[in-house]
Ligand binder design. Structure first.
Ligand code: AN7
Length: 356
């Protein structure tokens, strides 16, 4: 088998790219589709649930698919610099792909509201990190204006190439299963990813490769404009990745929902944390808080009887848990980190206590 070299090589015929283009790749994509055996059993329902673990991309989130394509197209256009606003993952991915391409990267992040792992990524890859005293939505407004008047390429998901790259995740699901799931759950912030999945499934459906799944988007309760039907000015959630009140792909995501017969829902912070821990402890899947929202949504809808027996459900888990070590450590609680003298008796006492 040939060496895997990323989403453009794998899905070139489905992407608008010239034959002689210089491809900027870190081997993104080809992420595992993991069946949730233990968690599915707890629902008592006859369904099959898979996680598409996008946290296993090169920078630890699904953004790498879109960034690979957007940066490849930026290089093709002769761009020298990238810019984005970000809740963290986009900045990490932009910084890495910019480094790979030899471009400058400028990233605007909300001060104090980005997970530690993401900040470390943007910094080590050499991006110019600008913290703004405002939220993601304020940063987004700024970078759009700057990109319109300055020679920098905007690589947020309003850049259409981002969604083209990200649609390859839907292709992989169908290629892995041999069919499309009945339901595909995604965490929603700007709604770029749910839109990209709609594009991907549409591409395959048009060629008769699959039927359309219902696309279901879940948000954090404190940042859920798609559920309330109106923009949120002060979004707040522990899932900082999706702390977004003014989604950029508003109407496209509404269309994705309506065209596929899907819906939107919300999960509060307490349930987000419970689900993050469940995935880690019952299935060995460590995701960041925002990513647990898709699985929480599916479990919620299963309990509510909204999904029929026999259904196949895919939940996209968008980012790796190592992105946000602070939340993970707080999830453990003080009683789970033990300190003892380095003696046989002390260690043995703990083990006997916990296995007895
Ligand atoms: C882990 O990095 O918007 O609905 O600036 O990092 O396509 O916006 C991140 C979004 C879900 C939501 N899960 O995806 C950013 C940013 C994780 C994320 C989303 C994000 P979209």
């Amino acid at each position: 088998m040939a060496r895997y070299t990323g989403i453009i090589a794998r899905y070139r015929e489905w992407l608008p790219i010239a034959d002689d283009a210089r491809i900027v790749t870190l081997g993104e994509g080809d992420t595992p589709l993991i069946r949730l055996d233990r968690l599915t059993k707890t629902t008592g329902r006859d369904v099959t649930i898979y996680v598409k673990f996008e946290g296993l991309n090169p920078t630890g989130s699904f953004k790498d698919r879109g960034m690979c394509f957007a940066v490849t197209k930026a290089v093709e256009a002769g761009s020298q610099a990238l810019i984005c606003a970000s809740t963290g993952n986009t900045s990490a991915s932009a910084a890495a792909y910019a480094a790979r391409a030899g471009l400058a990267a400028f990233v605007l992040i909300p001060e104090g509201k980005i997970a530690l792992g993401k900040l470390s990524q943007a910094m080590i890859h050499g991006a110019v990190v600008v913290q703004i005293q405002g939220n993601f939505d304020a940063g987004m407004k700024l970078v759009k204006e700057i990109a319109a008047t300055t020679p920098v390429t905007l690589v947020n998901s309003v850049n259409p190439y981002r969604l083209q790259g990200q649609k390859t995740a839907a292709f992989e699901v169908v290629d892995a299963l041999g069919f499309a799931p009945n339901y595909h759950y995604l965490p929603v912030g700007n709604a770029g990813n749910i839109t990209a999945h709609w594009f991907g499934y549409q591409d395959y459906a048009r060629q008769g490769r699959c039927a359309m799944p219902k696309l279901v988007g879940f948000q954090a309760a404190g940042a859920a404009p798609f559920v309330s039907g109106k923009m949120v000015d002060d979004p707040e959630t522990i899932a900082t990745a999706i702390r977004i009140g003014h989604p950029q792909s508003w109407s496209l995501a509404q269309s994705a929902k309506e065209a596929t017969g899907g819906w939107f829902g919300a999960i509060d912070d307490a349930e987000i944390l419970v689900t993050q821990k469940l995935l880690a402890r019952e299935e060995g899947i460590f995701c960041e808080p925002a990513s647990a929202v898709s699985v929480a949504g599916a479990l919620h809808d299963l309990r509510a009887g909204r999904i029929e027996d026999g259904a196949t459900v895919v939940c996209t888990v968008t980012g790796h848990g190592l992105k946000d070590p602070d939340v993970a450590i707080r999830q453990g609680g003080p009683t789970e980190l033990l300190t003892v003298t380095p003696t046989l008796s002390a260690v043995r006492a703990i083990i006997l206590d916990r296995t007895g």
